[in-house]
Structures are given as C-alpha cells and as structure tokens.
Design a protein around this ligand. Structure first.
Ligand code: LLP
Length: 421
C-alpha cells in the first residue's frame, strides 16, 4: 500500500499534488511519502512482535538523513555497509547500539570509526576480516560484537545481479565451514561472538528460499551452542520483494515472512534482526519527470524525458520494470499510445521502457515512475554532467526539499585544475 493517488485528476503524494512540487522544485525530482515509509516499517515491526527484535532499515536503498531520522524516531535500527552510511545514520541521530555494519570490504579505518562511535554489531564476512577486526578492537582497548555472515548456498530465485546466497557469490563464509570459523572467532580476544547473520538476496518473491536459509541457520545455532558459543542474536537479512506492477503480482507480505521466521527460529530464544530496504522504501518513492520531446521514429514513437539512466539506473542495469503514470490522469476512454520511454543520455541503454502504453503525452507534461524509492536516488550519478536530482519528503499536506539540486557551479567547482595547466 502506498499514498500516491489521483485526486481530482492529479497525482498526489499524500495530500500534495505532484504538480505543486514540480512548480517549486523543478523536474526531475524524487518524492517520498512519510506515511508510506512509516507504515512499511511498522508492518515489519509488527510481524516480529512475537519476540525480541530489531528492524534495521537497509539504508543502501534510500540514505537521505531526513528519512533515516524519521525511521529512527519510529524505533528502527539501521543496516549500514560503509562508514559513509554509518556517519549518515549517526547524523540522523541513530545511536550506535542500533546500527549493524555489513559488507565484505570493511577497512581498518571504517572499523575504527564504528568502534569509537558505538556499534551494535559487525556482520563479519570473511576470516581475514575477523583477524583484522580483532586487531583493530584490541588496539582501541575495545571488544567488537560480531556475527559471522554465513552463506547457506540457497537459490533465492531472483535476478542474478542481486542474489547473494549461492556459493559462487562473494558474500559470507560457506555454512559448511562455520564451525571452524566460529572456533577461530572465539579465540580472538578482540571479538565477542553474539550471533549469526544471513542474507540471501533482494527482490525475493517466494518465501521458500527464506525458509530454507533460516532452517539452516537454526540448525547451525544448535551446533554452535553445543560447541560452546553463546548464540543469542540472529540477523536474518533483508530481501523481501515488492510489486513493481499493478497486475496481479502479489509478493508475500512482511507478516508472512515474520511467520516463517517464527516457525524456523522462534524456538531458539534468540533476539531477531532483519534488514529490509526495498520493501520499506520502494513503493514509498517516485521519480517525477517532464516530457521534453515526443519524437516520431521510423517504426516507433519516443517519449524523451528530462530524467535519464543517471537518475534511475534500474531499468538499464537490471532490465527492471517501473510503472510510469501521467501526473495528470487521462480522461476516461482516451486511447493509449505506445512509446519507447527514454532519457537524454548518449547511449541506447538509456531506455526506461519499450513499447509502453500511456495516454497521449506532449512536451511539458509530467510523468511519474512508481516504485522508485528504493535503489533510485542512491544509485544516481552525474553521468553526462547532469546534477543529482533533488529529493522531496511529503508528510500530509506539507513537503520539504530534503536534498536540493546542486547548481552547475557547485558541480563544476569540485574539479581541481592543477596549477601547471
Ligand atoms: N542486507 C544486506 C546484507 C544486503 O546486501 C541488502 C541488499 C539488504 C539487506 C536489503 O535488501 P532489500 O530488503 O532491499 O532487498 N540495487 C539493487 C538491489 C541491491 C540489493 C543489495 N543488497 C536493485 O536496484 O534492485
């Protein structure tokens, strides 16, 4: 469920017409609905209400400090994968004991900053990382709380670029080697082993892979406890998929995932963490863009927008589908036209959709990409020297720019011309 709806023929985010934001902010822009973000966080929170838990928002999906602050105030923890993300979470007022640090490439410097600033746990992804983290913690006179991310070799049945739980993926340690890795972790004086971590991929639309992975984690918990480890926390990752179309696509709901978690690991008495990103942010955000030209090709019609693949890369990168809606609703009975929807970047990959049926549109009309709140703004770049687009947060009838559009001068001023030129 989201709060993007037509009222009086105009697409609104909550109570704010997107036309009003466009007039003030210019296009393209990302717009997020606070009510949708909070609602999505709450459904996860409620889905685990049967036990001790923390829902850690995977901020890689949407990392604006205003959004993090709002979710943090609602009680969310945060899953970070770099010290940049850690510092954003801190800037949003989230305390270290609610931040979990994942990722395969943590550096000494990153570990140091997190240990000094406070951290709930590091999700360690390899044996060398264990050794380095222990060393860094000891050098600071600290002990680092850790889980080890295990790779359960489960097929998540999702896009190859976002599956993480197969043995050929770079993530975690093979679950078959977990006992020896935990034995080593227990020897290291700078570490406190608190639990197990698993994450098998993103945009999962079937609960079975989750169930298989969690079952393996439950078995491992018992084995590790027998080995003498005090396993008291399970980080079960993120990955629940969202509907990207209005068809009858209906991925499982958070409450159903919560039930699977309860069935598979509920008996262990562990505190449960999950790290959802996409389901919280995806349908809480849209990218609004203006039609620049309608161009008649030889055998097709192109809808050329002021947004491009640098602003929303998912269609080019993963062949992802995003529904596109006109901001002014079509009159009933209007025959749709078929468009290839493209941006202005100088490569053919800059195509948002091929053969898409939309009401007839002309230059100056606004369109909105649905489901763009997750992995939208965060993956944007300035390719073709197009400044990053602004982000806007709507709450009820008010809205605020939560990241402004840089000026061209600001963008250019980041380059430094050496004096010898
Ligand atoms: N935890 C870990 C360790 C992760 O690697 C991820 C996502 C998540 C949690 C959150 O997963 P979610 O609930 O959002 O599915 N850029 C891609 C998605 C990459 C996902 C990477 N990891 C896309 O646009 O589809």
């Amino acid at each position: 469920m989201d709060h993007f709806i037509y009222r009086d023929g105009v697409l609104h985010a909550e109570d704010v017409p997107l036309t009003e934001i466009a007039a003030q902010v210019g296009t393209p822009f990302y717009v997020y609905s606070a009510a949708t973000l909070l609602r999505h966080f709450q459904v996860f929170d409620e889905s685990l209400a049967w036990g001790e838990h923390l829902v850690c928002f995977a901020m890689k999906s949407l990392s604006n400090v205003a959004v993090l602050k709002m979710l943090g105030q609602a009680g969310a923890g945060i899953d970070v994968v770099s010290i940049g993300e850690y510092l954003r979470a801190k800037a949003a007022g989230v305390s270290g004991d609610k931040i979990v640090f994942s990722g395969v490439a943590k550096t000494r410097e990153e570990m140091k900053i997190a240990l000094e600033g406070g951290i709930r746990q590091f999700n360690v992804e390899s044996e060398p990382e264990l050794e380095v983290l222990s060393e860094v913690a000891l050098s600071l006179g600290k002990v680092a709380p850790i889980t080890v991310r295990v790779n359960p070799d489960v097929d998540a049945k999702t896009h190859a670029k976002i599956a993480t739980g197969k043995k050929e993926n770079k993530f975690g340690i093979p679950i078959s080697r977990a006992r020896e890795v935990y034995a080593r972790a227990a020897e290291l004086k700078g570490l406190d082993v608190v639990g197990i971590d698993v994450h098998i991929g993103s945009q999962l639309t079937d609960l079975e892979p989750f169930r298989l992975a969690y079952r393996k984690v439950a078995e491992l918990t018992e084995v590790l406890r027998e080995d003498g480890h005090n396993i008291r926390r399970l980080d079960l990752g993120g990955g629940l998929g969202i509907p990207y179309t209005r068809s009858n696509e209906a991925p499982p709901l958070p409450v159903e995932l919560g039930q699977v978690i309860r069935e598979e690991v509920g008996h262990l008495g562990c505190e449960v963490e999950i790290e959802p990103g996409r389901l919280i942010a995806g349908n809480a955000g849209q990218l609004v863009s203006e039609v620049i030209y309608v161009k008649e090709g030889e055998d097709r019609r192109f809808l050329i927008l002021d947004a491009a693949m640098n602003d929303l890369v998912r269609p080019s990168m993963y062949d992802a589908h995003h529904d596109i809606d006109p901001v002014i609703e079509a009159e009933p009975g209007v025959e749709p036209e078929t468009y290839d929807v493209v941006g202005g970047i100088c490569e053919t990959g800059d195509t948002f959709a091929k053969g898409r049926n939309l009401p007839p549109l002309k230059a100056g009309d606004l369109v909105s990409f649905r489901s763009a709140g997750a992995y939208g703004a965060v993956m944007a770049s300035e390719y073709n020297s197009r400044p990053l687009v602004p982000e806007v947060l709507v709450q009820g009838d008010k809205f605020a720019v939560i990241r402004r559009r840089p000026t061209y001068e600001e963008m250019i001023a980041r380059d430094i011309v050496p004096e010898w030129l």
